[in-house]
Design a protein around this ligand. Structure first.
Ligand SMILES: [Zn+2]
Ligand SMILES: [Zn+2]
Length: 279
């Protein structure tokens, strides 16, 4: 399993990325659904301080402290620097749990900062937060999971395979290849449509899509389907997952997506507000 997502706009949103054991946001019910697997979580990245994204954090911390499981590894919680709602929530949690039996590390992050998940030899995988457009008072962030990969330098790309092998033997593989950054996952959090550059060539874009019908949107704090499809096209993503869908569309989502199939060249998935989604 790559991803497990629960998301119902206004109520609760969380995204578990299994390969790196990261929970993006911690809405209500996350500990209840994940149950003992909450011990597997290594990092929690919060996008912003609205209750539907942070209310489950206390249960995770409290349950991890008291039920049966591994308390050896620290739990890291990252959040947008200066987000007062999250800072106050963390302060309360810290006071309410001042004798924790595991290490809880809370770190503010800013857009563009690299948070390393793993690094070995020439390989690195890290998170880079980016600014999104949601609330005016408090900072909100989206997150990219990025890894470094190697590819042939452009001058060698059109050569036949045997010639490339020859060059690799004579010049060495490092000489004919270059390192580049590949986005493997992009999480929008709550936002008006993100800047397509922030999801450029991403393998998976998980974008909020509160409104399937643009005319249902009253304020520019959330995204609509039309807008998200345009962003995913411009960003050239491989897969798009729509989440944070308003429950008013429950049971009717397929109807809104029906005609998109032929017009786009990426896979589309959606998180039904009533169902835990897995991929
Ligand atoms: Zn929300
Ligand atoms: Zn929000």
């Amino acid at each position: 399993m790559l991803l497990e997502i629960y998301s119902k706009a206004l109520y609760s949103t969380w995204v578990y990325y299994a390969p790196e054991r990261i929970l993006f946001d911690a809405g209500e019910g996350v500990a209840l659904t994940m149950s003992n697997r909450i011990y597997a979580i290594r990092h929690i990245f919060l996008t912003h301080g609205h209750i539907d994204h942070i209310s489950g954090l206390w249960t995770i911390i409290n349950t991890r402290n008291n039920s049966m499981g591994d308390r050896e590894k620290p739990l890291m919680v990252y959040y947008p620097k200066g987000n007062s709602a999250i800072e106050e929530w963390l302060e309360f949690i810290n006071k309410a749990n001042n004798d924790l039996r595991f290490e809880l590390i809370q770190l503010p992050v800013v857009a563009g900062e690299k948070v390393f998940l793993r690094q070995a030899g020439g390989f690195a995988r890290y998170i880079v937060p980016f600014r999104v457009k949601h609330t005016i008072q408090d900072f909100s962030l989206g997150y990219n999971v990025i890894e470094t990969r190697r590819r042939l330098k452009s001058e060698y790309r059109d050569l036949p395979e045997d010639e490339i092998s020859k060059l690799s033997r004579t010049l060495g593989p490092d000489e004919i290849t270059e390192v580049y950054e590949k986005k493997i996952l992009t999480i929008s959090g709550d936002t008006f449509g993100i800047d397509p550059k922030d999801a450029q060539d991403s393998e998976i874009l998980v974008h909020e899509c509160t409104f399937l019908k643009s005319s249902d949107r009253k304020m520019n704090a959330h995204a609509s389907l039309e807008e998200v499809i345009e962003i995913a096209c411009q960003a050239n993503v491989r897969r798009l997952i729509l989440y944070h869908i308003s429950s008013r569309y429950s049971g009717k989502i397929e109807k809104y997506l029906k005609n998109l199939g032929e017009s786009v060249n990426f896979e589309i998935h959606y998180v039904d507000p009533e169902v835990v989604f897995t991929l």
